[in-house]
Design a protein around this ligand. Structure first.
Ligand code: XIL
Length: 426
């Protein structure tokens, strides 16, 4: 099967993380459902000097021994990832701030070399595209799309509707009219944006994160969604899909969520919703699994089980936001109760294996015709959204979750993805 670029071509096993974006600061807040969460700061109280960056020498020695060809420290893999896959290999990028794609030659080079699909990490979300009612502005998103076109990368749009507080415009948050009038706002946003990008995006996350980990809709409380609340129920979901389809007749239309990889109540809720939408003739065509996972969570068996449920519906299945942090604080403790302060070759190999196993699971379970692709959530370790999110008493750079180090050198993790794409054992 040939690639189609659209017709445009957390956690320990015991606890569940609830990730919610909040505040006006661009920061993420994490709450966990476990009482162990309160021990986040107390568990790790010492501030230890950290060897915070990957040792290039260590990484080179690993990568050169496992690389398919070159032994250079910057191009360890002879073939670009994108050339190893029959489905899009995507990457989330930033369009402003210190990590802006377009202002970094090195970043542009690795992105154009290895990937064939872009996702805007932020700039296609609601508050960026329609900051005030009726005031749509696309400058940065358009620049990204244009750069993609020039460099052979398509686009996966993210996201038409997402409740995350600071990325919802005030006019939506402060809306006080009828449910019907609110649904009209949702319809108008989805329709206008999907129409603007029609023919330029292969696919959309139409609705992102509508469920709690319990499997309930985000109906109330801290984890509630203003969309559910102001629309008076879940109808905003169907509304957004219908509007997106009417505006763009060809893009794949995904429902996207996190913690669905663990194949629990939330996974089942998403699958049940998708069935219901399909039964009602609502144009959902895919399910996105964010895949913000850990080295040890969830199990590959659970990941396969979860992906299979979507595949069995005949829908497209996409890994939309893959990252694998070395340390995590989701469960209120750290990986195996340990803090890894150095990115050792052994950890690099564990991470490589994990990336490989996840991509292999995807290829094993999802039939070729239903593979919407695999997207990594960020380019280089220092740019990850997990920086600044995980730890209050540790330097933030001990997550090392991505495929490139801070100098854009390929990490063993990248070779793990390559191995999976080539059907090699992990
Ligand atoms: C994150 C971005 O990466 C951050 O830069 C931003 O501050 C908050 O949002 N799930 C999603 C993404 O669907 O939109 C989130 O992106 C990460 C979690």
């Amino acid at each position: 099967m040939k690639k189609s670029f659209g017709k445009l071509l957390l956690l320990s096993s015991l606890t569940t993380a609830l990730v919610a974006c909040g505040g006006g600061s661009g920061k993420i807040t994490i709450t966990t459902s476990s009482s162990t969460s309160s021990s986040v700061s107390s568990a790790i109280s010492s501030s230890v000097a950290v060897s915070s960056e990957i040792s290039s020498a260590a990484v080179s020695s690993i990568t050169s021994s496992t690389a398919t060809s070159s032994t250079s420290s910057t191009t360890n893999l002879s073939t670009p990832l994108k050339d190893l896959a029959e489905f899009p290999i995507g990457i989330a990028v930033e369009l402003d701030g210190p990590h802006s794609l377009l202002s970094s030659a090195k970043q542009k080079e690795v992105v154009a070399h290895h990937f064939d699909q872009l996702t805007a990490g932020n700039h296609m979300k609601m508050s960026y595209l329609q900051s005030a009612q009726g005031n749509f502005h696309y400058t940065q998103a358009d620049q990204m799309v244009a750069w993609g076109e020039e460099n052979g990368l398509g686009v996966h749009g993210h996201a038409l509707v997402w409740h995350s507080d600071y990325q919802v415009p005030n006019f939506m948050k402060n809306f006080s009219g009828t449910s019907q009038a609110f649904l009209d706002l949702v319809d108008n946003h989805a329709r206008t944006v999907a129409s603007h990008f029609a023919g330029k995006v292969a696919s959309w996350d139409v609705v992102n994160e509508a469920f709690l980990d319990s499997g309930e809709y985000r109906n109330q409380g801290n984890e509630g969604s203003i969309f559910y609340q102001k629309a008076g129920g879940k109808d905003y979901i169907a509304k957004a899909f219908i509007a997106a389809r009417e505006a763009d007749s060809t893009a794949d239309l995904y429902y996207n969520d996190y913690n669905t990889e663990q194949n629990g109540a939330k996974t089942d809720a998403v699958i049940a919703m998708a069935k219901e939408l399909l039964d009602d003739g609502v144009p959902i065509t895919g399910i996105g699994y964010q895949m913000h996972v850990m080295l040890d969570w969830p199990s590959i068996a659970n990941i396969k089980g979860a992906l299979k449920k979507a595949a069995d519906l005949g829908l497209m299945v996409k890994i939309t936001e893959l990252d694998v942090p070395i340390n995590h604080s989701w469960s209120g403790t750290y990986q195996n109760g340990t803090v890894y302060r150095t990115f050792t070759p052994a950890l690099a190999q564990q991470q490589k294996k994990r990336y490989c196993e996840i991509v292999s699971a995807y290829m094993e379970v999802v039939p070729a015709a239903q593979r919407g692709g695999v997207t990594i959530w960020g380019v280089a370790d220092h740019q990850s959204w997990l920086m600044g999110l995980m730890f209050s008493n540790e330097p933030n750079d001990i997550v090392w979750p991505l495929l490139f180090d801070k100098d854009y050198n390929e990490k063993p993790a990248l070779l793990g993805v390559a191995d999976a794409l080539q059907g090699k054992s992990c």
